[in-house]
Ligand binder design. Sequence first.
Ligand code: AFP
Length: 322
Amino acid sequence: MRRLPPVLLEDGCSRELLSLIRTILAACKEISFRVGQGALSGVLGSTLDENIQGETQKKLDVLSNQLLKDILLETGYVKAIASEEEDYTVAGNPDAKFIVAFDPLDGSSNIDINSLVGTIFSIMEAPEGSDANDPSIFMQPGDKQVAAGYVLYGPSTMLALTVGKGTRIFTLDKTHGSFLLTHDFAQIPAKTNEFALNMSNQRHWQPAMQNYVADLLAGEDGPRKENFNMRWIAAMVGDVHRVLTRGGFFSYPADTKDPKKPYKLRLLYEANPMAMLIEQAGGIASTGTERIMSIQPDAIHQRVAVILGSKDEVETCLSYHN
Ligand code: AFP
Protein backbone atom coordinates (compact mmCIF):
# COMPACT_ATOMS: atom_id res chain seq x y z
CA MET A 1 0.00 0.00 0.00
CA ARG A 2 1.25 3.49 -0.84
CA ARG A 3 2.35 5.97 1.81
CA LEU A 4 1.15 9.55 1.96
CA PRO A 5 4.29 11.49 0.81
CA PRO A 6 4.70 9.96 -2.68
CA VAL A 7 0.95 10.11 -3.29
CA LEU A 8 0.84 13.84 -2.51
CA LEU A 9 3.96 14.62 -4.54
CA GLU A 10 2.28 12.85 -7.45
CA ASP A 11 -0.71 15.20 -6.96
CA GLY A 12 1.63 18.14 -7.51
CA CYS A 13 1.91 19.08 -3.83
CA SER A 14 5.08 21.12 -3.12
CA ARG A 15 7.62 19.78 -0.60
CA GLU A 16 6.87 22.81 1.59
CA LEU A 17 3.15 22.02 1.68
CA LEU A 18 3.87 18.33 2.21
CA SER A 19 6.03 19.18 5.24
CA LEU A 20 3.22 21.28 6.69
CA ILE A 21 0.65 18.50 6.15
CA ARG A 22 3.00 15.97 7.78
CA THR A 23 3.42 18.33 10.73
CA ILE A 24 -0.36 18.51 11.20
CA LEU A 25 -0.55 14.72 10.94
CA ALA A 26 2.17 14.29 13.58
CA ALA A 27 -0.09 16.12 16.04
CA CYS A 28 -3.10 14.09 14.86
CA LYS A 29 -1.26 10.81 15.57
CA GLU A 30 -0.70 12.00 19.12
CA ILE A 31 -4.38 13.04 19.42
CA SER A 32 -5.38 9.63 18.03
CA PHE A 33 -3.30 7.96 20.75
CA ARG A 34 -4.85 10.09 23.53
CA VAL A 35 -8.40 9.53 22.22
CA GLY A 36 -7.67 5.79 22.08
CA GLN A 37 -6.43 5.77 25.67
CA GLY A 38 -9.73 7.35 26.81
CA ALA A 39 -10.24 7.25 30.55
CA LEU A 40 -6.81 5.63 31.00
CA SER A 41 -5.04 8.88 30.08
CA GLY A 42 -7.29 11.00 32.33
CA VAL A 43 -8.44 13.23 29.47
CA LEU A 44 -12.20 12.65 29.54
CA GLY A 45 -14.62 15.25 30.90
CA SER A 46 -14.82 19.03 30.80
CA THR A 47 -12.61 21.88 31.90
CA LEU A 48 -14.13 24.78 33.83
CA ASP A 49 -13.62 27.08 30.80
CA GLU A 50 -15.67 28.16 27.81
CA ASN A 51 -14.31 29.12 24.39
CA ILE A 52 -15.11 32.47 22.73
CA GLN A 53 -18.24 30.89 21.28
CA GLY A 54 -19.63 30.17 24.74
CA GLU A 55 -19.12 26.39 24.48
CA THR A 56 -17.75 24.43 27.41
CA GLN A 57 -14.30 23.13 26.56
CA LYS A 58 -13.60 19.45 27.03
CA LYS A 59 -10.17 18.46 28.33
CA LEU A 60 -9.47 16.76 25.01
CA ASP A 61 -10.46 19.93 23.08
CA VAL A 62 -7.85 21.87 25.02
CA LEU A 63 -5.19 19.17 24.73
CA SER A 64 -5.75 18.67 20.99
CA ASN A 65 -5.60 22.41 20.41
CA GLN A 66 -2.36 22.70 22.38
CA LEU A 67 -0.74 19.81 20.49
CA LEU A 68 -1.61 21.28 17.09
CA LYS A 69 -0.75 24.83 18.06
CA ASP A 70 2.63 23.95 19.58
CA ILE A 71 3.80 21.78 16.72
CA LEU A 72 2.63 24.23 14.04
CA LEU A 73 4.27 27.22 15.69
CA GLU A 74 7.48 25.34 16.64
CA THR A 75 8.20 23.97 13.16
CA GLY A 76 7.92 27.43 11.60
CA TYR A 77 5.87 26.31 8.58
CA VAL A 78 2.98 28.66 9.34
CA LYS A 79 2.59 32.41 9.39
CA ALA A 80 -0.49 32.22 11.62
CA ILE A 81 -3.13 29.84 12.92
CA ALA A 82 -6.84 30.16 13.64
CA SER A 83 -8.50 27.56 15.85
CA GLU A 84 -11.99 26.93 17.17
CA GLU A 85 -10.45 26.92 20.64
CA GLU A 86 -8.49 30.19 20.28
CA ASP A 87 -10.33 33.51 20.68
CA TYR A 88 -7.98 35.23 18.22
CA THR A 89 -5.54 34.18 15.51
CA VAL A 90 -2.03 33.36 16.72
CA ALA A 91 1.02 34.64 14.83
CA GLY A 92 3.78 32.23 13.83
CA ASN A 93 6.82 32.62 11.58
CA PRO A 94 6.48 36.02 9.81
CA ASP A 95 8.33 34.65 6.76
CA ALA A 96 6.22 31.49 6.37
CA LYS A 97 3.98 31.03 3.35
CA PHE A 98 0.98 29.21 4.81
CA ILE A 99 -1.82 29.86 7.29
CA VAL A 100 -3.86 27.07 8.89
CA ALA A 101 -7.39 27.13 10.31
CA PHE A 102 -8.47 24.10 12.32
CA ASP A 103 -11.07 22.55 14.57
CA PRO A 104 -8.79 20.50 16.84
CA LEU A 105 -11.51 18.10 17.99
CA ASP A 106 -14.81 18.21 16.15
CA GLY A 107 -17.74 16.44 17.78
CA SER A 108 -16.45 16.88 21.29
CA SER A 109 -19.81 15.92 22.83
CA ASN A 110 -18.92 12.41 21.61
CA ILE A 111 -15.68 12.19 23.60
CA ASP A 112 -17.17 10.93 26.84
CA ILE A 113 -19.35 8.30 25.10
CA ASN A 114 -16.47 6.76 23.10
CA SER A 115 -17.98 7.79 19.79
CA LEU A 116 -16.55 9.43 16.65
CA VAL A 117 -14.49 12.63 16.86
CA GLY A 118 -11.96 14.15 14.49
CA THR A 119 -9.63 17.02 13.58
CA ILE A 120 -10.53 19.26 10.61
CA PHE A 121 -7.98 21.53 8.91
CA SER A 122 -7.81 24.07 6.09
CA ILE A 123 -4.57 25.42 4.59
CA MET A 124 -4.28 28.65 2.61
CA GLU A 125 -1.41 30.88 1.53
CA ALA A 126 -0.98 34.17 3.36
CA PRO A 127 -1.19 37.22 1.07
CA GLU A 128 2.28 38.37 0.02
CA GLY A 129 3.85 40.92 2.37
CA SER A 130 1.08 40.41 4.95
CA ASP A 131 1.51 40.79 8.69
CA ALA A 132 1.35 37.57 10.73
CA ASN A 133 -0.53 39.47 13.46
CA ASP A 134 -3.25 40.66 11.11
CA PRO A 135 -6.32 38.39 11.39
CA SER A 136 -7.56 39.62 8.01
CA ILE A 137 -5.08 37.28 6.30
CA PHE A 138 -7.68 34.56 6.99
CA MET A 139 -10.45 36.51 5.23
CA GLN A 140 -10.16 34.54 1.99
CA PRO A 141 -12.89 32.45 0.34
CA GLY A 142 -12.66 28.65 0.50
CA ASP A 143 -11.63 28.60 -3.16
CA LYS A 144 -8.22 29.83 -1.98
CA GLN A 145 -7.57 26.68 0.06
CA VAL A 146 -4.47 24.84 -1.16
CA ALA A 147 -5.25 21.77 0.96
CA ALA A 148 -8.03 20.59 3.24
CA GLY A 149 -8.65 17.48 5.25
CA TYR A 150 -9.79 15.76 8.39
CA VAL A 151 -8.50 12.97 10.58
CA LEU A 152 -11.27 10.78 11.95
CA TYR A 153 -10.58 9.00 15.24
CA GLY A 154 -12.79 5.94 14.97
CA PRO A 155 -12.27 2.18 15.13
CA SER A 156 -9.43 3.04 12.73
CA THR A 157 -7.83 6.45 12.38
CA MET A 158 -8.48 7.75 8.87
CA LEU A 159 -7.39 10.79 6.91
CA ALA A 160 -9.38 12.37 4.07
CA LEU A 161 -7.21 14.82 2.19
CA THR A 162 -7.27 16.97 -0.91
CA VAL A 163 -4.67 19.25 -2.44
CA GLY A 164 -7.06 20.11 -5.25
CA LYS A 165 -6.52 16.95 -7.33
CA GLY A 166 -9.33 14.76 -5.99
CA THR A 167 -10.04 13.50 -2.49
CA ARG A 168 -7.94 10.60 -1.22
CA ILE A 169 -8.55 8.56 1.93
CA PHE A 170 -5.74 7.07 4.02
CA THR A 171 -5.74 4.78 7.06
CA LEU A 172 -3.20 5.13 9.87
CA ASP A 173 -1.08 2.03 10.25
CA LYS A 174 -0.58 2.32 13.99
CA THR A 175 2.27 -0.22 13.99
CA HIS A 176 4.50 1.91 11.78
CA GLY A 177 2.89 5.32 12.26
CA SER A 178 2.24 5.87 8.54
CA PHE A 179 -0.91 6.96 6.73
CA LEU A 180 -1.46 4.43 3.89
CA LEU A 181 -3.68 5.09 0.87
CA THR A 182 -6.77 2.90 1.26
CA HIS A 183 -9.40 4.66 -0.90
CA ASP A 184 -8.10 6.38 -4.00
CA PHE A 185 -10.10 9.23 -5.50
CA ALA A 186 -13.31 9.03 -3.52
CA GLN A 187 -16.35 9.57 -5.74
CA ILE A 188 -19.64 10.41 -4.05
CA PRO A 189 -22.56 8.70 -5.82
CA ALA A 190 -24.87 11.39 -7.25
CA LYS A 191 -27.97 9.64 -5.90
CA THR A 192 -28.63 8.72 -2.30
CA ASN A 193 -31.47 7.64 -0.02
CA GLU A 194 -29.70 8.60 3.21
CA PHE A 195 -29.92 11.95 4.95
CA ALA A 196 -28.27 13.39 8.08
CA LEU A 197 -29.92 16.24 9.98
CA ASN A 198 -30.52 17.00 13.65
CA MET A 199 -34.29 16.41 13.43
CA SER A 200 -34.88 17.86 16.89
CA ASN A 201 -34.45 21.31 15.30
CA GLN A 202 -37.11 20.68 12.65
CA ARG A 203 -39.65 23.18 13.97
CA HIS A 204 -37.02 25.95 14.03
CA TRP A 205 -35.98 25.62 10.37
CA GLN A 206 -36.94 27.92 7.52
CA PRO A 207 -39.94 26.82 5.39
CA ALA A 208 -37.77 25.61 2.47
CA MET A 209 -35.94 23.08 4.66
CA GLN A 210 -39.14 22.08 6.48
CA ASN A 211 -40.85 21.35 3.16
CA TYR A 212 -37.89 19.44 1.75
CA VAL A 213 -37.61 17.22 4.83
CA ALA A 214 -41.38 16.70 5.05
CA ASP A 215 -41.19 15.21 1.54
CA LEU A 216 -38.26 12.96 2.54
CA LEU A 217 -40.19 11.70 5.54
CA ALA A 218 -43.32 11.04 3.48
CA GLY A 219 -41.25 8.43 1.63
CA GLU A 220 -42.94 6.39 -1.09
CA ASP A 221 -46.33 7.82 -0.11
CA GLY A 222 -45.16 11.39 -0.83
CA PRO A 223 -44.02 13.34 -3.90
CA ARG A 224 -40.53 11.75 -3.87
CA LYS A 225 -42.13 8.28 -4.25
CA GLU A 226 -39.21 6.55 -2.48
CA ASN A 227 -38.15 5.90 1.10
CA PHE A 228 -35.24 7.63 2.85
CA ASN A 229 -33.17 6.55 5.85
CA MET A 230 -31.65 8.84 8.49
CA ARG A 231 -28.25 8.91 10.26
CA TRP A 232 -26.88 11.51 12.74
CA ILE A 233 -23.49 11.16 14.41
CA ALA A 234 -23.38 14.66 16.01
CA ALA A 235 -19.84 15.07 14.69
CA MET A 236 -19.67 16.60 11.22
CA VAL A 237 -16.44 14.73 10.66
CA GLY A 238 -18.22 11.37 11.06
CA ASP A 239 -21.23 12.34 8.95
CA VAL A 240 -19.05 13.74 6.15
CA HIS A 241 -16.89 10.62 6.23
CA ARG A 242 -20.00 8.49 5.60
CA VAL A 243 -21.03 10.81 2.74
CA LEU A 244 -17.54 10.57 1.20
CA THR A 245 -17.43 6.80 1.42
CA ARG A 246 -20.98 5.77 0.43
CA GLY A 247 -22.83 8.96 -0.50
CA GLY A 248 -25.52 10.80 1.41
CA PHE A 249 -27.01 14.17 2.24
CA PHE A 250 -25.82 16.20 5.27
CA SER A 251 -27.12 19.51 6.50
CA TYR A 252 -26.93 21.82 9.48
CA PRO A 253 -29.39 24.45 8.19
CA ALA A 254 -30.27 27.87 9.57
CA ASP A 255 -32.61 27.75 12.57
CA THR A 256 -34.35 30.22 14.85
CA LYS A 257 -33.68 28.37 18.13
CA ASP A 258 -31.31 31.09 19.32
CA PRO A 259 -31.86 34.34 17.37
CA LYS A 260 -28.28 35.38 18.18
CA LYS A 261 -26.93 32.21 16.52
CA PRO A 262 -28.85 31.34 13.34
CA TYR A 263 -26.13 28.93 12.12
CA LYS A 264 -24.05 26.30 13.92
CA LEU A 265 -21.09 25.31 11.76
CA ARG A 266 -18.02 27.47 11.39
CA LEU A 267 -17.00 28.62 7.91
CA LEU A 268 -13.20 28.70 8.12
CA TYR A 269 -12.45 25.42 9.86
CA GLU A 270 -15.56 23.29 9.33
CA ALA A 271 -17.62 24.28 6.26
CA ASN A 272 -14.79 25.33 3.91
CA PRO A 273 -12.48 22.32 4.32
CA MET A 274 -15.42 19.89 4.18
CA ALA A 275 -16.78 21.69 1.09
CA MET A 276 -13.43 21.28 -0.67
CA LEU A 277 -13.26 17.55 0.16
CA ILE A 278 -16.86 17.07 -1.01
CA GLU A 279 -16.50 19.04 -4.25
CA GLN A 280 -13.24 17.26 -5.06
CA ALA A 281 -15.17 13.99 -4.72
CA GLY A 282 -17.95 15.09 -7.10
CA GLY A 283 -20.44 16.38 -4.51
CA ILE A 284 -21.94 19.81 -3.81
CA ALA A 285 -21.60 22.12 -0.77
CA SER A 286 -23.94 25.09 -0.43
CA THR A 287 -25.57 27.29 2.20
CA GLY A 288 -28.92 26.98 0.42
CA THR A 289 -28.38 30.25 -1.42
CA GLU A 290 -24.70 30.21 -2.36
CA ARG A 291 -21.74 27.91 -2.88
CA ILE A 292 -19.86 27.61 0.42
CA MET A 293 -16.38 28.05 -1.05
CA SER A 294 -17.38 31.32 -2.77
CA ILE A 295 -18.26 33.06 0.51
CA GLN A 296 -16.04 36.02 1.40
CA PRO A 297 -15.47 35.58 5.17
CA ASP A 298 -15.70 38.55 7.49
CA ALA A 299 -14.85 36.98 10.86
CA ILE A 300 -12.61 34.17 12.10
CA HIS A 301 -15.40 32.31 13.91
CA GLN A 302 -18.12 33.13 11.36
CA ARG A 303 -20.90 30.52 11.09
CA VAL A 304 -22.85 29.43 8.04
CA ALA A 305 -25.69 27.12 7.03
CA VAL A 306 -24.38 23.92 5.44
CA ILE A 307 -26.04 21.63 2.90
CA LEU A 308 -23.66 19.11 1.30
CA GLY A 309 -23.30 15.68 -0.21
CA SER A 310 -24.57 13.68 -3.18
CA LYS A 311 -25.09 15.94 -6.18
CA ASP A 312 -28.67 14.99 -7.13
CA GLU A 313 -29.98 15.12 -3.57
CA VAL A 314 -28.34 18.47 -2.75
CA GLU A 315 -29.71 19.90 -5.99
CA THR A 316 -33.19 18.65 -5.06
CA CYS A 317 -32.90 20.33 -1.66
CA LEU A 318 -31.66 23.57 -3.28
CA SER A 319 -34.64 23.54 -5.64
CA TYR A 320 -36.87 23.98 -2.55
CA HIS A 321 -34.81 27.05 -1.63
CA ASN A 322 -35.16 28.77 -5.01
P1 AFP B 1 -18.70 20.29 18.82
O1 AFP B 1 -17.36 20.09 18.15
O2 AFP B 1 -18.76 21.57 19.56
O3 AFP B 1 -19.11 19.11 19.60
O4 AFP B 1 -19.81 20.48 17.67
C1 AFP B 1 -19.94 19.53 16.68
C2 AFP B 1 -20.71 20.15 15.57
O5 AFP B 1 -20.23 21.44 15.32
C3 AFP B 1 -20.69 19.32 14.29
O6 AFP B 1 -19.55 18.53 14.19
C4 AFP B 1 -21.95 18.50 14.36
O7 AFP B 1 -22.47 18.18 13.10
C5 AFP B 1 -22.88 19.39 15.13
O8 AFP B 1 -22.07 20.25 15.92
C6 AFP B 1 -23.79 18.61 16.03
O9 AFP B 1 -24.73 19.46 16.53
P2 AFP B 1 -25.93 18.98 17.50
O10 AFP B 1 -25.34 18.96 18.86
O11 AFP B 1 -26.96 20.02 17.32
O12 AFP B 1 -26.37 17.62 17.07
